[in-house]
Design a protein around this ligand. Structure first.
Ligand code: FPP
Length: 319
């Protein structure tokens, strides 16, 4: 496994330089940034039901990082009078199509919430089915991930996973570690609060080790660089299926400025079209990061904006 302590600060992954002609390898999903969405256009032809959605996407304004709360598996099964685990099993197909579509679109990072630190509260049989499905996914998807240059990573408190699951996960991570296309983060035994606690403890451990603990001051950068996702950009778009308006302890630090998209669709029914709809909705949003629409970053020091600010402040002072 490339990072045996995922909660420790990890160094950025070395990326293979692009090779001349390394744009699109026939039969694979490989893409190059100058050929945005070419791979997606190959998969969707005029007349296909998703054609109009693909055409509407602006390839210059794609989210770099999409995070997904895959919810609604149990309800999907209930509605069919099936056991809950049938819903989880049906959730594998959308995982596969979401990974493929993100790779074809040219998204850089996809983070999927597969198992939360709270999910241990579920019946043992359900938890065991989730591990079996994860192992099934790793075994059957690995060749495709390799072929398509997709890198797998796991985030969360992985020490607590059943040893066999952990071994197979580590070997999938290791096997794909030199790929340079889409990064798929599987959040497993993951909790946003736990991640922040682990980051702070990693900082404290380092400071104890190098003797700087007495003068240690924590700042945002120190926390961010010790999160499990330290080497990835923060999510631009957070998708939640099944209509629940909750964050459920997912990427609490990283989603500070993410655009939220909640769909009523249950995860097992989530299709390529649903993902493309979410990206289109994202592209309509005006991301201000607490600033003003279209305004340059920082408080204006000259110009009309600054003058009116200054006269307002002067008027307040004299009143
Ligand atoms: C939430 O639905 C879903 C989960 C807790 C598990 C997600 C797992 C998968 C989609 C399958 C395996 C994934 C991978 C990456 C191989 P829920 O059970 O809470 O649904 P409910 O709210 O309707 O009960």
């Amino acid at each position: 496994m490339q990072n045996p302590h995922p909660y420790r600060r990890s160094s950025p992954q070395p990326h293979r330089p692009a090779l001349p002609g390394d744009f699109l390898i026939p039969g694979t999903l490989l893409y190059h940034k100058e050929l945005f969405m070419k791979a997606l256009l190959e998969a969707v032809q005029p007349g296909d039901k998703d054609w109009n959605l693909v055409q509407a996407i602006d390839p210059t304004r794609l989210p770099a990082h999409i995070a997904v709360i895959m919810d609604g598996n149990g309800r999907w099964a209930d509605r069919r009078r099936l056991p809950r685990v049938a819903g989880h099993k049906a959730g594998i197909g959308p995982v596969r199509s979401t990974v493929e579509t993100c790779a074809r679109l040219g998204v850089k990072v996809l983070t999927l919430y597969a198992f939360s630190v709270e999910n241990w509260k579920r019946p043992r049989a359900e938890v065991e089915t989730l591990w079996r499905l994860l192992r099934y996914y790793l075994k059957h998807e690995l060749p495709d991930l390799q072929r398509n240059d997709i890198r797998l990573q796991a985030i969360g408190r992985l020490d607590a996973l059943p040893p066999q699951v952990r071994r197979e996960l580590e070997s999938g991570v290791e096997a794909t570690s030199s790929n340079r296309g889409l990064l798929v983060n599987l959040a497993i035994n993951y909790g946003g609060r736990a991640e922040i606690v682990d980051a702070v403890n990693a900082v404290l451990d380092m400071a104890r080790l190098d003797g700087s603990i007495a003068s240690l001051r924590i700042d945002e950068d120190l926390i961010a660089t010790n999160l499990y996702t330290a080497t990835s950009p923060d999510p631009d778009l957070l998708i939640r299926t099944s209509g629940e308006m909750r964050i459920s302890n997912f990427l609490l630090w990283q989603i500070a400025y993410a655009e939220l998209y909640v769909t009523e669709t249950l995860w097992p029914d989530f299709t390529r079209a649903d993902l493309l709809q979410a990206v289109l909705e994202y592209q309509k949003r005006d991301r201000r990061y607490g600033g003003l629409s279209g305004a340059p970053a920082g408080r204006p020091t000259s110009g009309a904006g600054a003058a009116s600010d200054d006269s307002l402040i002067a008027a307040l002072r004299s009143s």
